[in-house]
Write a protein of this length. Structure first.
Lengths: 221, 221
DNA sequence: TTTACATGATTGTATGACAATCATAATGTC
DNA sequence: GACATTATGATTGTCATACAATCATGTAAA
């Protein structure tokens, strides 16, 4: 059990809340983030706010142009595509690694998460889908034995999160997702590294295709 | 030609200089970085310094513990190994991609960089080795068509840079490096994607082995 | 030796200030 | 009226200062 209790500084909390706001789509890509407004609404000083913003900038979630200030990072489809490609490689590797060292307990949790996902999909419960897929991948990434893969993927997924939110609304995608994840798990249970990798790659490819369908670049004026 | 001229804010310059100082090994892993001292030596305000530090923290080059302040990030061998593994995967992919789309001009530059490396190795010119290998990889990564790969690799390499500095001093490693890079280039010239990937992976594996040899974890007290 | 307390150093946060820069409205000129 | 120029205001970048909270360390007491 993890009993660590770490101080939650204002700056960290600010960064977390801003991150959530961006990932949830509350702040949209391209939107300017005015310091004074943010400070007022979140009731923190400019000092803390600016430190938090620097952190998010390094995470590539926002872009800070000197003398113009921060705005939510925009992304071209080319970049998004590149992210999906790398994601496929890394998630595939994670699945392959995990298939060789998964414990029965871990497989049990994934099975359970998968069931929860199916249930949430049935009930059209967006929140439930997110938490269940989150658990599914968390087990796999934490368990794959390479902490860097999970770290990088977390960063990459964050940067295309807004696309996921849009493509998730695509009706019917749930069914496919469910099938794709089941295939991953099946391969893991058979300790089939290549199969697990292929299934994970396929899953990302499908997500990429779904994202491309809903991607809208800057509209021509 | 790139004529862009962007404002160089104090904060950015501070972050850059600190980054260089860490990568060059001037600040060593584990070393505490006291704000007031840094501010005094670099002649910037705490405001700018702290913003710069937040950026470096997000890059994982330093660790900031609340109420204790920043220190140069330490790394376990487990993490370093994980980084090398991911690096092998990503550099392999980059080499494979690049082999399919390299222009003759790009290959020419790489050939030239390789020659410069051999020359620098001969002359025992540490600086020359760094710049020539840098050019070699820059062409490949910029040219591979996936900007995310190059972005991630840059971050990963930075985190194990201090290991590279140590293992480079390993006599004889140069010769191997040279051979390994030549193999990569050969495969690229033959447009052999699998060969290029294999050669790149092999190169990273060798670097990893060299790093392991010089890795010293925290000495038992 | 261990515990408790006191002391100083360092960090986290807030505030106020001001110059530099940007965005835009107002002005003048052709 | 269209365009160039000039004010105007808003926003950012940077600094100095202040102070409470926390940490690190030494000293005194049990």
């Amino acid at each position: 059990m993890d009993l660590k209790v770490e101080p939650r500084t204002v700056q960290v909390q600010t960064a977390n809340k801003l991150r959530d706001a961006i990932l949830s789509g509350y702040f949209k890509p391209g939107q300017r983030l005015v310091e004074s407004e943010l400070c007022e609404r979140m009731e923190v000083s400019r000092t803390s706010m600016r430190e938090a913003l620097r952190g998010l900038e390094a995470e590539k979630l926002i872009t800070i142009i000197p003398n113009r200030g921060p705005s939510v990072a925009e992304i071209t489809w080319e970049e998004a595509k590149a992210i999906y490609d790398v994601r496929a490689i890394l998630e595939g590797e994670a699945a392959a690694l995990f298939s060789q060292c998964a414990t029965t307990e871990q497989r049990r949790v994934m099975t359970q998460a998968l069931a929860a996902f199916a249930e949430a999909a049935e009930a059209n419960d967006a929140m439930g889908r997110l938490t269940s897929t989150g658990r599914f991948y968390e087990v796999m990434l934490q368990g794959c034995g390479n902490s860097i893969i999970s770290e990088l993927l977390q960063g990459l997924v964050a940067r295309i999160n807004f696309l996921r939110a849009r493509s998730m609304s695509n009706p019917g995608r749930d069914k496919y997702s469910s099938t794709e994840m089941r295939r991953i798990l099946k391969a893991i249970e058979k300790k089939d590294a290549d199969g697990a990798r292929a299934a994970a790659v396929e899953h990302v490819r499908a997500a990429c295709a779904a994202a491309e369908a809903v991607f809208e670049p800057r509209r021509a004026a």
